[in-house]
Design a protein around this ligand. Structure first.
Ligand code: NCD
Length: 312
């Protein structure tokens, strides 16, 4: 399977998603070897362009590219000519002119990776754009959940918290629905994206503000971060009120079914959307998600950059 780019989960079908997850499974075995390297992308140069802060996404994309033997370069918005006012278009054309093979891009503006791809004509993998999509996050979440729960068909996943500012929720909703999971979105009314019921994948999705009613019925609970850096006003009265309504507290943790898992894409606000006891519980997938990030990003880079015809 060759993918020309990965701008979003939107547009991928179940077969493509499953192939990516299966390749990620193979890639995870490479991570268990003493020599953790494959020659697949030798001679290709992939540039990590992060215009917005990142820890796990940026580092795991870099590691994934290196494990496939690609050459990597890192660009960060801070410390570059972006701070002198250079436009995104000029920045992208400048780096492309160096003769690189493609980009991994994170940007605070929704749609920036697609524009960069159109301007440069080079393959782009979206590492998170504004409040739009974060496709590799959804794939790694599915990978980590699939490993613990088995097939996601008919499984019930609740996505909880600041859905309004999240790009993770949109990608996850499409990905999980495509894989046959039932999805419930849980958020205070002020943090529910407008028009969410019309989103791709949203048909048949339940939307509620009542976390306590949902808890006993989930196979996986995905807690999303309260994204203060994107908030301009008061979306909830106080942190205590947020915790009381939508935090995964120690008490709520006890009310989950025994087999249910807890996920969070990170970075966490411990004590706000998730209590330390939940983050560190045996049922927590959080570090599995980080490990899955390397395998999934290896799979994505492989299918985008290893070239057409290199693998069926
Ligand atoms: C997410 C992101 O950047 O969208 N984090 C991540 O990539 N692991 C979620 C978040 O920032 O809360």
């Amino acid at each position: 399977m060759h993918l020309p780019h990965l701008i979003g989960i939107e547009g991928l079908d179940r077969e493509q998603i499953t192939t990516l997850l299966d390749t990620a499974e193979e890639m995870s075995h490479v991570q268990e070897r003493e020599l953790k390297k494959l020659p697949a992308l030798r001679g290709r140069t992939i540039v990590n362009m992060f215009f917005e802060d990142s820890t796990r996404t940026k580092m795991s994309f870099d590691l994934a590219a290196k494990r496939l033997s690609a050459d990597t370069m890192a660009f960060s918005g801070k410390g570059s000519s972006t701070s002198k006012g250079e436009s995104l278009r000029d920045t992208m054309l400048t780096v492309a002119a160096m003769g690189v093979d493609g980009f991994v891009i994170r940007h605070s503006a929704s749609g920036a990776p697609k524009l960069a791809m159109d301007w440069t004509g080079l393959p782009v993998v979206n590492a998170g754009d504004g409040m739009h999509e974060h496709p590799t996050q959804a794939l790694l979440d599915a990978f980590a959940m699939r490993r613990r729960l088995g097939n996601l068909e008919g499984r019930h996943v609740a996505i909880v918290g600041d859905l309004f500012h999240s790009r993770v929720v949109r990608s996850n909703l499409i990905c999980l629905r495509e894989l046959g999971a039932d999805v419930t979105l849980v958020a205070p009314a002020t943090l529910l994206p407008t028009g969410v019921r019309d989103w791709p994948g949203a048909a048949g999705v339940t939307v509620t503000d009542d976390l306590d009613a949902v808890l006993p019925h989930v196979d996986a609970l995905m807690m999303l971060r309260v994204q203060r850096e994107r908030m301009s006003g008061g979306f909830f009265p106080s942190e205590a009120d947020y915790v009381a309504g939508w935090g995964l507290t120690r008490e709520r943790l006890r009310r989950l079914p025994d087999h249910a898992v807890v996920a969070h894409p990170g970075p966490m606000n411990r004590g706000l959307e998730i209590a330390p006891e939940a983050a560190d519980a045996a049922r927590s997938l959080i570090l599995d998600q980080v490990a899955a990030g390397v395998s999934v990003r290896m799979a994505v880079l492989f299918h985008v950059f290893a070239g057409e015809g290199s693998r069926s």
